[in-house]
Design a protein around this ligand. Structure first.
Ligand code: ADP
Ligand code: MG
Length: 298
């Protein structure tokens, strides 16, 4: 082979390689474009599957308590809605009227003004799990059905199914004080779920637990509620808890409670839960926004 021939061959090889690189580059760009398109379709689908049906609507609700030493104005023109499948937190300073809102929704307190529309059965979970210490876990769960005068064979079987599904069946003959704080809370949740609620009201349901247990229990309960397609209204004074659990947060003022703001919480991660969303940089941004929204110095 002459030198000229060799040079031609080398340059041809170079050209082939360049062509190959160009092609690879094109393929990479195409793949990138496909990924981008997939991402956009996923986002569009997410938008479309956003819940729109309202299961709870609170309109212009006000409440004054008549106390021995005068009137206490607790709520002033409260307005918000809870959508199907949504987790909505209510956050506000201690004593501002959060529990009053839940009590009115649950029908335990009267309201002075306004409208409340409820679509579906309501379950209620409090800070104290209120399990009866002298009854076994099984009997505590049946007690929920007895109170509702609904202890049918079918409902009993449903409760047993829940105990099995959420790993408490092996503890059914134990007494509450033989269970950890987290397991007690799960038992209390199953007692509430056994009555087949569509909407769950949680009033500072985790605040009696120590920090680590609380985080584990919020995930536990979040997963169970999502799994059972229950809409949740969560009262808390803990900003991190509100962000980690919610699709939206209602921020209340000092007493009398008024709605100051309603914030959307969204994390761009698949299968978001109350633990993994804490790793997102958006978590601290939301924290600052809620903190500012609460403005405790007001
Ligand atoms: P939060 O749950 O935000 O801490 P609450 O809704 O429990 O606040 O209470 C709001 C205000 O109403 C508080 O000042 C509280 O003392 C008062 N309050 C709550 N329940 C009653 C009641 N049954 N009688 C009189 N005052 C009440
Ligand atoms: Mg309260």
């Amino acid at each position: 082979m002459s030198t000229q021939e060799k040079n031609i061959k080398i340059s041809t090889i170079n050209e082939v390689q360049e062509n190959k690189q160009d092609k690879e580059k094109n393929i990479q760009e195409e793949q990138k474009q496909i990924q981008e398109e997939q991402k956009q379709t996923q986002q569009q689908e997410k938008q479309q599957t956003k819940p729109t049906k309202e299961v709870l609507k609170i309109e212009n609700v006000s409440k004054k308590y008549q106390a021995p030493n005068g009137e206490i104005e607790a709520l002033k023109k409260i307005d918000f809605t809870l959508k199907e499948g949504e987790f909505l937190s209510i956050i506000g300073p201690s004593g501002c009227g959060k529990s009053t809102i839940l009590s009115i929704i649950a029908g335990l307190e009267s309201k002075d003004n306004g409208e409340i529309k409820i679509d579906g059965k309501i379950g209620y979970m409090l800070q104290k799990d209120s399990l009866l210490e002298w009854r076994t876990i099984y009997s505590n769960i049946m007690f929920g059905l007895e109170v509702q005068k609904n202890r049918t064979k079918e409902n009993e079987e449903y409760a047993i199914q829940l105990l099995k599904k959420y790993n408490l069946y092996d503890f059914k003959d134990k007494y509450p004080n033989q269970l950890s704080g987290g397991m007690r809370q799960r038992a209390a949740l199953i007692r509430t779920l056994a009555i087949k609620p569509k909407i769950l009201l949680l009033d500072e349901a985790f605040s009696a637990l120590d920090y680590q247990t609380r985080i584990m229990v919020t995930k536990d309960i979040y997963d169970i509620l999502k799994n059972e397609h229950i809409s949740a209204l969560i009262v808390t004074h803990d900003i991190s808890e509100a962000i980690s659990m919610s699709d939206r947060i209602v921020i209340l003022s000092n007493r009398p409670a008024q709605v100051k703001d309603i914030m959307e919480i969204e994390f761009e991660m698949e299968n978001r839960d109350p633990i993994n969303c804490r790793e997102s940089p958006k978590f601290s941004e939301y924290f600052d926004a809620v903190w500012k929204g609460l403005n405790i110095y007001e």
